[in-house]
Ligand binder design. Structure first.
Ligand code: F3S
Length: 294
């Protein structure tokens, strides 16, 4: 990853977002994995428990293995599988149950709620629209709960291009970490088409608060730092939101990506972090920036 250089001045101040770092669902999921260490042999997570390489490699060092595919799951004969906070596909869930493997479901209740809505509404014959990134594991999981037609819409542009018979009954949900402003824009486009549509805003509160706060901070500062894993979609979205308000927004994974430099004045620095960024990384970055002010 590219190393970020920030030029500093002596009068520089730092604002750290209150809603930075682990959300409720991620905290619970990570805690559940750590709780099993030492109690059980052969602990697995289906996919990385969260999109943060530091946490995942720490868990690996402690013996927790990541199941990377369905084939790998097929090879597992014993052990405990922990299901990640953003959920898994229905057929994988069923396979784990059929194999009689012990499992701990750490799917966030907010994600579970979407699975339930999609399952029930599609059983009533509704077509499901999921606003989100089609290749994100959470969205793949949500889609798998549909019992009929289901579409993923990634952007307002795709919403504008979308066409379906006017009589179709639609239920629209969202990926929990989708960009709230883009969701509103997307919903307006669907409404303007006159469809028979039931809209359920399933963006979770933690995401909405985090994005609103990040946007507010980014609009005040000279430099904005977003900390998150390279594969963390909610961190990427934070970066996208902050970049629109602050041209000098930088995305870093850890402190190693950040270097303060002395050459030009920066008065105010903002820091936020995605839902899968551990507290200690935020603190390290914050301390480093603060130390550099003196
Ligand atoms: Fe759950 Fe929201 Fe976090 S859905 S995993 S609390 S981002």
């Amino acid at each position: 990853m590219k190393v970020v250089k920030i030029e500093r001045s002596k009068a520089m101040e730092v604002i750290v977002a209150e809603h930075a770092g682990f959300c409720f669902g991620v905290t619970k999921a990570v805690e559940k994995v750590y709780e099993q260490i030492g109690k059980k042999d052969n602990i697995y997570t289906y996919g990385p428990i969260i999109h943060n390489e530091t946490v995942v490699s720490d868990l690996e060092k402690k013996g927790v293995k990541v199941i990377g595919s369905e084939d790998e799951l097929d090879d597992i004969k014993e052990g405990t599988i922990i299901i990640r906070s953003h959920g898994i596909k229905k057929d994988i869930y069923e396979k784990i149950q059929q194999k009689n493997l012990e499992y701990i479901d750490a799917t966030c209740p907010f994600v579970k709620r979407i699975h339930k809505i999609v399952d029930e509404e599609s059983q009533k014959g509704k077509t499901i629209i999921v606003v989100g990134s089609a290749d994100h594991p959470e969205v793949e999981g949500i889609v798998s709960y549909a019992n009929g037609p289901v579409f993923v819409i990634e952007s307002p542009k795709e919403a504008a291009e979308f066409q379906i018979d006017q009589g179709t009954e639609i239920c629209l949900v969202s990926q929990t970490t989708f960009n709230y402003n883009k969701f509103k824009e997307t919903v307006e486009i669907f409404k303007s088409k006159g469809y028979n549509i039931n809209i359920v805003n399933t963006i979770c509160n933690a995401t909405e608060e985090r994005q609103t706060e990040a946007e507010r901070i980014a609009s005040q500062v000279d430099v904005m730092i977003v900390i998150g894993g390279a594969h963390s979609s909610n961190s990427r979205k934070l970066y996208e939101i902050c970049s629109q308000k602050c041209a000098r927004t930088y995305f870093i994974q850890t402190l190693d990506d950040l270097h303060l430099d002395n050459t030009k004045a920066v008065k105010l620095v903002g820091i936020t972090a995605g839902a899968s960024t551990p507290k200690n990384i935020i603190e390290e970055v914050q301390n480093y920036v603060r130390r550099s002010i003196i």
